[in-house]
Ligand binder design. Structure first.
Ligand code: TNX
Length: 536
């Protein structure tokens, strides 16, 4: 068939050649398998997307597809349950030709477009792919009205199960609508984990009914005036009420994105101590931090602290259905623990040899609490320093060593190494680049990143759940800045986490990118052009 198609093309026989022969397949991330077909199908205004009667998730996937196509190319499609003669059909089929979880099969023939999957997530991703196939023109300008799609067959499934983004809403509070806009694009890119960094020295961002001071006090700080000391007359900050968070979790779940909450401990906890000083080691009440870096405040290790933590986690678990709950564990300076006779006494009573071991004990205690409630604990790789907590999944940010070590000890791991997957890194040396960490991480750097550490053999490799990019927001005071940091680097990330390694092709990716940049333009997403700047 492929040979025939090539022959037809050579002879210039239009009916047999694909409508877009030679044009890049307008999809990111690229599908696992694509086979050419014959002919093409045109989707015109009013065309029907049919979904099975009573399948609300399929209906939602279809409406998301229709929404994207309407917003990007002004083409109105109609979603209908059941029925014959639809242009596009979406259906769950136990015998769909792709068996992998989250996978789908998509067939374009001269008669129409058909997506089948064995699970609803796969069906949703198939719908997202159809939306991309219907919006292929990129910068050509011929991007409105009916869309013609070449016949082909796509079989697609993810390389990794954890395809994530972390958003730090603690350093600068991010409005709910911006978070939802990020979820929209994550879903369109087949990313499925939104890790929310909800607490830090500079703010506590989640309403906890049992501890109201966390948001009355801990969510607010005096902003530093530009270049000068903090301005004591102003407040900056914010938090999500539990109703708002439930709304976000449901919004994300509908788009097959799991929101993973992080409550950072025992360090990065100054906002906790500003709200409830008794939870800290010294009992002193600091102000919510106004500057960045690593601050000294630590949780105490007595029963009062665990009562507090368990009370918080009870509400967190009620809000977030995620199996994984992140408990931080990064950058906890041990000075306060070292200086406290009571902490030292506890350490000795527990038979722990040093403060790192105490941190492991502390984190494991929290992990046990989560495990008793059917959840799993994630911690940053610092929690390995005192021996690995038995219940931990490790998120490795200081390079990949933590992940490699933990996988060898039979623990699951997620990679997010700095600086490559740190989207607070600058994208270029251009002088209009907004402020960020000094490393330069352009689009090509993210594209070149492979989440599977070469050090791991096949048995260890199964512990690598995947990876995520982290958006730390010390420098990002506005939603615009987050947008600039995320797009289009999210495209490189998504392809790295979804597409098979053998399909990785930088030039092919660049050829597929203009269509995506055009989608961003139509959707009002202000993607950074500096991601393409040549470094010199
Ligand atoms: C390190 S990564 C941190 C964050 C900062 C980030 C800045 C990690 C677990 N801790 O607190 O925001 O660097 O890039």
């Amino acid at each position: 068939r492929a040979a025939l198609a090539a022959l037809a093309m050579a002879l210039g026989v239009p009916s047999m050649a694909s409508a877009d022969d030679g044009a890049p397949l307008p999809m990111i991330p690229l599908a696992a398998e694509v086979l050419p077909g014959q002919g093409a199908f045109t989707v015109s205004a009013g065309a029907v997307i049919a979904v099975p009667a009573g399948d609300a998730q399929a209906r939602f996937a279809a409406s998301q597809l229709a929404d994207m196509v309407r917003r990007v190319r002004g083409l109105n499609l109609v979603v209908r349950e059941g029925g014959q003669g639809a242009a596009i059909t979406l259906a769950i089929r136990p015998d769909a030709p792709v068996a992998q979880a989250e996978g789908y099969a998509l067939r374009v023939t001269a008669q129409g477009i058909r997506v089948t999957a064995r699970d609803e997530t796969g069906l949703f991703y198939g719908a997202m792919t159809v939306a991309q196939l219907l919006t292929p023109e990129g910068a050509s300008g011929a991007d409105q009205g009916p869309a013609t799609v070449a016949a082909r067959e796509i079989r697609d499934w993810p390389r990794f199960s954890w395809r994530g983004m972390m958003l730090d809403v603690a350093r600068h509070f991010q409005p709910l609508d911006s978070v939802k806009a990020l979820v929209d694009q994550m879903a369109a890119h087949k990313l499925n984990r939104l890790h929310l960094h909800l607490t830090d020295d500079q703010g506590w961002r989640l309403e906890i009914k049992r501890y109201p001071e966390l948001t009355k006090v801990g969510a607010w700080r005096t902003p530093p005036t530009a270049g000068g000391p903090a301005n004591p007359d102003e407040r900056c900050g914010g938090f999500y009420t539990q109703d708002q968070m439930r709304d976000l979790v449901a919004y994300a779940a509908a788009r097959h994105v799991t929101v993973v909450p992080e409550i950072d401990m025992p360090g990065h906890a100054q906002a906790v101590m500003a709200s409830y000083p008794a939870i800290g080691v010294t009992g002193e009440r600091p102000k919510v931090a106004v500057d960045w870096g690593v601050n000294p405040y630590l949780f105490n290790v007595d029963e009062g602290s665990f009562t507090f933590i368990q009370g918080v986690l009870d509400e967190v678990m009620a809000l977030f259905p995620s199996t994984y709950i992140h408990v931080g564990g990064d950058e906890a300076l041990k000075d306060e623990w070292k200086a406290s006779p009571r902490v030292q006494e506890r350490m000795r009573a527990l038979g722990l040899k040093d403060e790192n071991a105490l941190q492991t004990w502390f984190i494991e205690r929290v992990g046990q609490y989560l495990a008793a409630h059917g959840r799993r604990m994630i911690g940053w790789d610092e929690i390995l320093e005192g021996g690995i907590p038995p219940t931990a999944t490790i998120m490795s940010w200081r390079g990949i060593k933590g992940a490699v070590d933990a996988a060898r000890m039979d623990h699951d791991v997620i990679l997010s190494p700095a600086p490559t997957l740190y989207l607070d890194s600058l994208q270029s040396r251009r002088n209009d680049e907004p402020a960020g960490r000094l490393a330069i991480v352009g689009l090509a750097d993210i594209y070149a990143y492979d989440a599977m550490p070469a050090e791991l053999d096949a048995t260890m490799a199964r512990h690598v759940l995947g990876a995520q990019a982290n958006v730390w927001t010390e420098y990002m005071m506005t939603p615009w800045h987050v947008t600039h940091a995320v797009y289009p680097r999210i495209d490189a990330l998504a392809e790295g986490l979804w597409s098979p390694k053998e399909r990785r092709d930088w030039h092919g990716f660049l050829a597929r990118l203009p269509a995506q940049l055009a989608r961003y333009r139509h959707l009002g997403v202000d993607a950074a052009d500096s991601a393409f700047a040549v470094d010199f």
